[in-house]
Design a protein around this ligand. Structure first.
Ligand SMILES: Nc1ncnc2c1ncn2[C@@H]1O[C@H](COP(=O)(O)OP(=O)(O)O)[C@@H](O)[C@H]1O
Ligand SMILES: [Mg+2]
Length: 250
């Protein structure tokens, strides 16, 4: 077991002045924010605002053109995605891509191989994570045979199995029914309360954002236009203007 896995979550995130340009398009422009260890922050904003690109810069999939990302005060600059994962950043992908040839427990065990070479230990850990997410009885199923909400849970399980200090969730509640959303919210609340896991979630489902977040960050056209308490941010005229209207938050 690596040192990062043994010490348990801390997971303070500092994002300093990060930008990403794709040709002529500035997808993310000079964005700075912090997520204190043990907090849950939501990153919201219209489609194309730069939310997923921000996650990609934090997780190393797309290195920032400017600025820096720090985990617990240590810069992640120049690290590959697998190194950033081992440093304690777990993430889900907006488009879920499970290994369809593998069972659920095998899919999740792949995540655990980030911190152990022992396949039996990885499988044991994977079983526990699947139990935690309510997928224990489907551990030997294939991803193609489970429902969309279960596939979303599987994506979370794969990220959690890496033993992150900071968990990045990219729209894991999209397409879920309210009762399924509430179940997912309860899981994240419990994880956060029990282990101090720091969570940054991109989410359009405001029911989940309001239930989970200590703070809400708003991106619009690549710029951070608000960073505050959920009830403040959802009353901010500039935030309301970038959505269709106030009803977007009802
Ligand atoms: N790899 C890429 N190449 C070119 N443009 C991209 C790429 N990834 C994202 N974009 C563009 O950057 C902007 C921000 O995208 P994204 O971060 O996915 O937004 P969000 O997740 O907020 O919907 C969009 O205009 C998108 O089309
Ligand atoms: Mg996105």
């Amino acid at each position: 077991m690596s040192a990062s896995a043994a010490t348990g979550p801390v997971g303070a995130l500092t994002v300093r002045n990060i930008s990403k340009r794709f040709g002529g398009l500035v997808a993310v422009s000079e964005v700075s924010f912090t997520v204190a260890a043990g907090e849950i922050h939501a990153l919201i904003g219209p489609n194309g605002a730069g939310k997923t690109t921000t996650f990609n810069m934090i997780a190393g999939a797309q290195p920032p053109d400017t600025g820096d990302v720090l985990l617990d005060g240590v810069s992640l600059a120049g690290l590959r995605p697998d190194q950033i994962c081992r440093a304690g950043v777990g993430r889900t992908f907006q488009i879920v891509r499970p290994f369809n040839e593998l069972t659920l427990v095998e899919n999740v065990a792949v995540g655990a191989l980030a911190w152990t070479d022992d396949v039996a230990e990885a499988r044991d850990h994977a079983r526990g994570v699947l139990e935690l997410l309510g997928l224990g009885d489907k551990k030997d199923a294939r991803p193609s045979s489970i429902t969309l909400p279960d596939r979303k849970c599987l994506e979370v399980a794969r990220a959690l199995a890496t033993k992150p200090k900071l968990l990045l969730l990219d729209e894991v509640m999209a397409g879920l029914r309210p009762t399924e959303t509430d179940r997912m919210v309860a899981i994240f609340k419990k994880l956060n309360a029990d282990t101090g896991l720091t969570i940054l979630l991109i989410e359009h489902v405001m029911r989940a954002v309001m239930a989970l977040s200590h703070r809400v960050l708003v991106l619009n056209y690549g710029r951070l236009i608000a960073d505050g308490k959920p009830e403040e941010v959802t009353r901010d005229p500039e935030v309301l203007a970038c959505y269709l209207g106030a009803e977007a938050f009802d």
